[in-house]
Design a binder for this molecule. Structure first.
Ligand SMILES: [Zn+2]
Length: 432
C-alpha cells in the first residue's frame, strides 16, 4: 500500500485552485471568509467532490462536508443519517490570511481529495463513512475570530456573538453569510453533526522548521501549545518633544520599548515565544512625548506553567522599568487558549501505521491553532504535518516540495485505509 499518488494528477488538482483569490502583484492569497474569493473556493470544493461522486452538504455553520459512504460501490449514493454514523473526517480549510501562502489549509483539502483518488485507484472500499471537510473561516482574517466554523460547530463560539461580529468595513458576519446563502439564524452547536464523526485527521503544512531539523517529509502532531493575548497599557505624561528635558519626562514609549526587549529575552530563556505585533500610541504625534502606549503581547509556550511564567516575568520587567521611567503599567489578559493534547491513542495508532510503511515518523508540537485543535475537545483528533522547507507561513513564501506533498497524500491514504478499512480481525484486502 505504499505507492505514491499520481504526480501529474496531483499537479492538475493543485493548479485548478491556484489562481483563486490570488493577488497578482504579491502572489499571496486573499481568500477571506464569505467574500467572492472564498465562495469561489467553496464552489471549487463542491465541484471536485461532485466529480468524485461524493455527496456535499453544508452544515448549519457554513462548513462543507463531502461524503464517501461504504457499500455504495460507486461513491456517495444518497444516504440517510444512519449511514453517516461513525465517520472518519479528513480535510482542512481553504480560506487564507491577508497575503497568505498557497499551502496553509488547501494542502489538507487537496491531499484529502487526492487520498480518495489513490484509494479508489487501488479498488479500496471504506468499511465506514469517510467525510472530507472544508471548515469555514479558519483564519479569522475578516471577522477576527480564528476557527469560527469549528468553534460554532462545537459551541465554543456563541452564535449571537458570532452573528454580531463585524469586518473592517462594518459588515456583520450574519449579513455576509446571508448574502452567501447561509441562514445566520441556524448558527450554533450541532450535536447531530458531531455525533456522526468519530475521528478527525487534519493534514497541514508545517508552519515551522521541526521537520527540516528532523529531515523528515511528514510528521505527526503531539500538541498545540497553550497561547494567549495580553494588553499592556503604559501610561505617562504627554509633553513637548522640544522643551522637555530628558530627566523631566514620564515617557511610556520608553517603558514599552524596554518591555519588548525584555519579552524577547524572557521568552528565549523560558523556551517560549513572545511577540508584540500591535501597538497604539496617544496622542501619536511626532513632536509629542506620548501620554499612553497600548501594546498587545502574543505569547505561547510548551505548557501552561511555562506560559504563566514567561508572561509574569515580562509583566514584572515592565513594572520595574515603569518605576524607573515614572510611568505605570497595567496588564490585562484578553484571551487564553489551553494546551491541546491530541488523542494519544489515535496519534500512536497513526504513528505506528506510518512508521511501518515510511520508516520513523517524528512527533512534534505546534504553536499554531487549527480546527483539529478545536474539535479535540469533542472527539479524537490528530494532525499530519508536511515539511515546509522555508519554515515560513502566512506569507506567499510558504512552500512544500511536490515530492513531500505526494508523500503526505500517501501517508493520509494509509491512515484512512487503517482507520476506515477492514474490521479488526479481517484482512485489509487487495490494497498491496
Ligand atoms: Zn491552516
Amino acid at each position: 500500500m505504499n505507492e505514491v499518488a499520481d504526480a501529474t494528477r496531483f499537479a492538475e488538482l493543485w493548479s485548478s485552485l491556484a489562481d483563486v483569490g490570488r493577488d497578482r502583484v504579491t502572489g499571496g492569497y486573499r481568500r477571506f471568509a464569505w467574500t467572492s474569493a472564498d465562495l469561489a473556493c467553496r464552489d471549487w470544493f463542491a465541484s471536485q467532490a461532485a466529480d468524485r461522486g461524493l455527496t456535499v452538504e453544508i452544515d448549519r455553520n457554513g462548513n462543507q462536508w463531502a461524503w464517501w459512504l461504504p457499500e455504495s460501490g460507486a461513491l456517495g449514493a444518497a444516504a440517510n443519517a444512519d449511514e453517516r454514523r461513525n465517520a472518519l473526517a479528513i480535510g482542512s480549510h481553504l480560506d487564507s490570511v491577508p497575503d497568505g501562502g498557497a499551502f496553509d489549509g488547501p494542502l489538507g483539502v487537496i491531499s484529502a481529495l487526492a487520498a480518495v483518488d489513490l484509494l479508489r485507484a487501488r479498488d479500496w472500499r471504506p468499511q465506514r463513512p469517510i467525510v472530507i471537510a472544508n471548515f469555514a473561516d479558519e483564519e479569522g482574517a475578516r471577522f477576527g475570530i480564528a476557527c469560527a466554523g469549528s468553534r460554532l460547530l462545537t459551541g465554543q463560539l456563541d452564535a449571537a456573538k458570532a452573528r454580531a461580529l463585524r469586518d473592517g468595513d462594518g459588515v456583520r458576519l450574519a449579513d455576509a453569510m446571508e448574502s452567501a446563502g447561509q441562514d445566520p439564524d441556524a448558527l450554533g452547536r450541532d450535536d447531530e453533526r458531531l455525533a456522526s464523526i468519530s475521528e478527525f485527521v487534519e493534514l497541514h503544512i508545517e508552519q515551522g522548521r521541526g521537520l527540516i531539523d528532523q529531515d523528515a517529509p511528514v510528521g505527526v502532531a503531539s500538541s498545540i501549545w497553550p497561547h494567549g493575548r495580553w494588553r499592556f497599557d503604559f501610561a505617562g505624561e504627554a509633553n513637548h518633544a522640544g522643551t522637555t528635558a530628558l530627566d523631566d519626562r514620564r515617557d511610556p514609549m520608553l517603558t514599552y520599548a524596554n518591555t519588548v526587549l525584555s519579552a524577547r529575552k524572557k521568552a528565549r530563556l523560558g523556551g517560549a515565544l513572545a511577540t508584540f505585533g500591535k501597538v497604539s500610541v496617544e496622542p501619536n504625534g511626532t513632536n509629542a512625548i506620548p501620554s499612553r502606549v497600548s501594546a498587545w503581547l502574543d505569547s505561547r509556550a510548551p505548557d501552561e506553567a511555562a506560559l504563566d511564567a514567561v508572561v509574569e516575568q515580562i509583566s514584572e520587567a515592565a513594572r520595574e522599568r515603569g518605576a524607573r521611567d515614572g510611568t505605570t503599567v497595567e496588564v490585562v489578559n484578553e484571551s487564553r487558549t489551553a494546551i491541546v493534547e491530541f488523542d494519544h491513542g489515535l496519534r500512536d495508532k497513526i504513528r505506528k501505521t506510518l512508521t511501518d510503511v515510511f520508516g520513523p515518523v517524528p512527533q512534534l508540537p505546534t504553536g499554531a491553532g487549527h480546527d483539529a485543535g478545536i474539535l479535540a475537545a469533542e472527539l479524537p483528533t490528530a494532525m499530519l504535518f508536511v515539511r515546509n522547507p522555508s519554515g515560513l507561513s502566512h506569507t506567499p513564501a510558504e512552500h512544500a516540495e511536490a515530492a513531500d506533498c505526494l508523500t503526505g497524500v500517501a501517508a493520509l491514504a494509509e491512515v484512512v485505509a487503517q482507520l476506515a478499512g477492514a474490521q479488526p480481525g479481517k484482512n485489509r484486502g487487495s490494497g498491496a
